[in-house]
Design a protein around this ligand. Sequence first.
Ligand SMILES: Cc1cc2nc3c(=O)[nH]c(=O)nc-3n(C[C@H](O)[C@H](O)[C@H](O)COP(=O)(O)OP(=O)(O)OC[C@H]3O[C@@H](n4cnc5c(N)ncnc54)[C@H](O)[C@@H]3O)c2cc1C
Ligand code: SF4
Length: 340
Amino acid sequence: MIRLPSFSYIAARSIAEAVDHLAASPAETMLLAGGTDLLPNMKRRQQVPRVVVGLRGVAELSGLGRDGELTLGTMNSLTSLVRDERLKRECPGLWQAATQIATPHLRNMATVGGNLCLDTRCTYYDQSYEWRQAINFCMKKDGDICWVATSSPKCLAVSSTDTAPMFQALGARVRLVSTRGERTIDVADLFANDGMQYLTRQPDEIITDVIVPDQSGRRSAYWKLRRRGSFDFPVASVAVAGRIEPDGRVQDIRLVLGAVASRPLGIPAAEALIRGQVLTDDLIAAAADAAYPAGKPMDNTDYELVWRKKMIRPLVTYALRDLRGDDTRALRLRLARQIL
Ligand SMILES: Cc1cc2nc3c(=O)[nH]c(=O)nc-3n(C[C@H](O)[C@H](O)[C@H](O)COP(=O)(O)OP(=O)(O)OC[C@H]3O[C@@H](n4cnc5c(N)ncnc54)[C@H](O)[C@@H]3O)c2cc1C
Ligand code: SF4
């Protein structure tokens, strides 16, 4: 059994209390939501905060407001999203993303905020302390080299969150609060393409809400490639959202790749092709071609990287067919069985 390192635990009762504790020593303090990512990381000594501030008792973070836009407190569990029939109807992409995260037990604990801030992943990093010590560590923690690309000046660990690409495609924003005040930014601006500094969130900030714009008249879909259909992290994924006008033309399209970089990756070239056009099979094929070069998976997660890259085309194709309203049940089955 791997034990947790010693740390001080503070159970916050309000956002104000949580940000006060963060401000006291931001570099040494971490927030604990469901703990399904942070606690295993602490056991493996990947993250070793001296102080942990628990958010479970902060009722303000579990709100859910529906006033045109959807305001989701970051302590809402993933299970609450999966059980939300209205979300399934009105924002199917987010519902599809949430249902494919981990297992039911983990989703009971796991939260929206924790999923957005999920640590980036890598074969050389997600290992025990002793395993990492045996290779003299790597630059993400305790070492100074990247074993994936030894000449790389930066860490290439993979963004493996399922909801972040979908929130980005939905045009969602996040509210960040600290003792210095609060700010609201696009989810797209919360992430940086750097495996170590993958969030633009400052160490003294707490993400309190995710605000999803009104989805009436809009459609969305999320498609994920993983080894096991029962539960597994994504090794490539596609989130799409847009509005299909009565004449069939697509507007407000956003297409985002997940798990092929250190951040969710918007694909403006594919969006430009689709915007204002009818989603024909030919256009879908052209958009999949446009997305293909943008995804540059590295050899640091499950599956062979060339195959993962190859899978970008079918994933984009399936997601766009889903957005168009095709019956994609057989395609979902093919993806689960990896007959692509
Ligand atoms: C077996 C297994 C399978 C998994 N499969 C998947 C999967 O398929 N897809 C997937 O996306 N994830 C997966 N996960 C990872 C994890 O369970 C989820 O990402 C989960 O949503 C993390 O949420 P949490 O509340 O438990 O986060 P925590 O572990 O509590 O926190 C994660 C990070 O977020 C920070 N944080 C939490 N809340 C806030 C906040 N409000 N403001 C600022 N920072 C915050 C924490 O400080 C920490 O750095 C899996 C985990 C396991 C163990
Ligand atoms: S990508 Fe390189 S630096 Fe980053 S975790 Fe993996 S081996 Fe370490």
